[in-house]
Design a binder for this molecule. Structure first.
Ligand code: KG4
Ligand code: ZN
Length: 341
C-alpha cells in the first residue's frame, strides 16, 4: 500500500510516499526555518504564504522521487491538526485536490500520531514489532505530551506541559543567549563548549502528576543571562562565549532531566514494554542518550531527521488507519487544537 503523506502544520512544507507504513519511497521537506529565523520565531502569515508557494512543487517532487504517478497511489493523507490554521489549510486543500483528481482514499492525520509513527519508518523490524503498551514522549515546538499507546490507533494522554512546550523553551532560551533559531540544535551545539561549572537549574516538578512545566526554567535562564550581562543584548558588551555555553549546557541538562524522569516514571506506572520518542526535541542527542541510560525498557527513537516535521511520518500513521478501513470525507476541516488521546 503506497500512501502520499502531506505535512504543512507549522513551518515545513513536506510530502513523502510511504509503502506499508515503513518503507520511504521518497521524502521531500522544504524548510522555511531560514525565513523565520529573521524574526526569531514563526510568523503564521509568512508560513501560510510559503506553504502556498511550495506545496505543488514539493508534492510533485515526492511523486517523481518515488517514480510514481498519482493514480498508482493507494491513498492521500494529510495533517489536519494540531497546528497553525492557515498552514494546515494549505496542506488539507492540496491533499483533497490530489485525492479527488484520481478518486483515491483520503485521510486526515493527527500530527502527534505522525510523530509517534516516525519510529516505524525503516527502524522497526516488521517481524519484531514493539510490544504494547508503549509510553511515547512527543516533544516539539508546540507540544510536550506523554502518551500511552495501547495498540495501533489507541492512545491515551497521560501527561502534558502546563505551560511552554519543551521545544519552545529551547527556542526561548536560545534567543535569550543570543543564539539562532530554531533554538534546539543551537543549544545542543553551544552546550558542547560548556565547562560544566554552571550551577544547575532547579528541576521543575509538579507533585503527583506526570505533567511538565518549562516556563520557570525559561525564566531562570533569562535571570541568569541578565546577571551575566548577556541580556538584553547591547552593542558594547563583550561577547562571553563561555557563559553562553555554560548556561546553555545547564539549561539542556535540566530540560532533559525533567523529560527523562517523567517518561521513566510513566513507563513504570503503566508497565510499558517500550519507550518511544518523537517530535523535534527527540532529535536532541543528550535526551536520546539519557533516556537510553535510565529507561528500564527499550527506547525506540527515529533518526534525528525523522524527528522533526516531515511527510513520511504522516504516510506511516495513515497506513495503519487506512488498512483498518478508516477514511475521511471531503468536508474534513482543519483542527488547530486537535488532541491525541
Ligand atoms: O516537531 P517539530 O519539527 O515541529 C513542531 O511540531 O513544533 O519541532 C520543532 C522543535 C523546535 O522547537 C526546535 O528547537 C526543536 O524542535 N528541536 C530541538 C532539536 N532539534 C529541533 N530541540 C532540542 N534539541 C535538538 N537537537
Ligand atoms: Zn511536529
Amino acid at each position: 500500500m503506497k500512501i502520499l503523506g502531506i505535512e504543512t502544520s507549522c513551518d515545513e512544507t513536506a510530502a513523502a510516499v510511504i509503502e506499508d507504513g515503513r518503507v520511504i519511497c521518497s521524502n521531500v521537506v522544504a524548510s522555511q526555518a531560514e525565513i523565520h529565523a529573521r524574526y526569531g520565531g514563526i510568523v503564521p502569515e509568512v508560513a501560510s504564504r510559503e506553504h502556498m508557494l511550495a506545496i505543488v512543487p514539493v508534492a510533485r517532487q515526492a511523486l517523481a522521487d518515488a517514480g510514481l504517478e498519482l493514480r498508482q497511489l493507494d491513498g492521500v493523507a494529510v495533517t489536519h491538526g494540531p497546528g497553525l490554521a492557515g498552514s494546515l489549510l494549505i496542506g488539507v486543500n492540496a491533499a483533497k485536490g490530489l485525492a479527488l483528481a484520481e478518486g483515491l482514499p483520503f485521510l486526515g492525520v493527527n500530527h502527534l500520531e505522525g510523530h509517534v509513527y516516525a519510529a516505524w519508518l525503516e527502524e522497526v523490524d516488521p517481524e519484531r514489532e514493539p510490544g504494547f503498551p508503549l509510553v511515547c514522549l512527543i516533544a516539539s515546538g508546540g507540544h510536550t505530551d506523554l502518551i500511552l499507546m495501547q495498540d495501533h490507533g489507541r492512545f491515551t494522554l497521560v501527561g502534558r506541559t502546563r505551560d511552554d512546550a519543551a521545544g519552545e523553551a529551547f527556542d526561548k532560551a536560545a534567543r535569550v543567549l543570543g543564539l539562532g533559531f530554531p533554538g534546539g540544535p543551537e543549544i545542543q551545539e553551544a552546550s558542547k563548549a560548556s565547562n560544566g561549572k554552571e550551577p544547575p537549574f532547579t528541576r521543575p516538578r509538579i507533585k503527583n502528576s506526570l505533567d511538565f512545566s518549562f516556563s520557570g526554567l525559561k525564566t531562570a535562564v533569562l535571570r541568569r543571562a541578565e546577571e551575566r550581562g548577556l541580556y538584553p543584548p547591547s552593542d558594547d558588551s563583550e561577547p562571553r562565549p563561555q557563559d553562553v555555553a555554560n548556561i546553555a549546557g545547564a539549561f539542556q541538562d535540566a530540560a532533559v532531566d525533567v523529560m527523562v524522569q517523567r517518561t521513566v516514571e510513566a513507563a513504570g506506572r503503566y508497565r510499558a514494554k517500550g519507550v518511544l520518542l518523537g517530535g523535534g526535541v527527540a532529535a536532541n542527542l543528550l535526551l536520546r542518550e539519557e533516556m537510553d541510560r535510565h529507561s528500564p525498557v527499550p527506547v525506540i527513537v527515529p533518526r534525528p531527521s525523522l524527528c522533526t516535521d516531515n511527510g513520511a511520518m504522516i504516510g506511516a500513521a495513515a497506513y495503519y488507519r487506512l488498512r483498518s478501513g478508516a477514511q475521511h470525507q471531503w468536508d474534513l476541516d482543519v483542527v488547530p487544537d486537535l488532541r491525541l488521546g
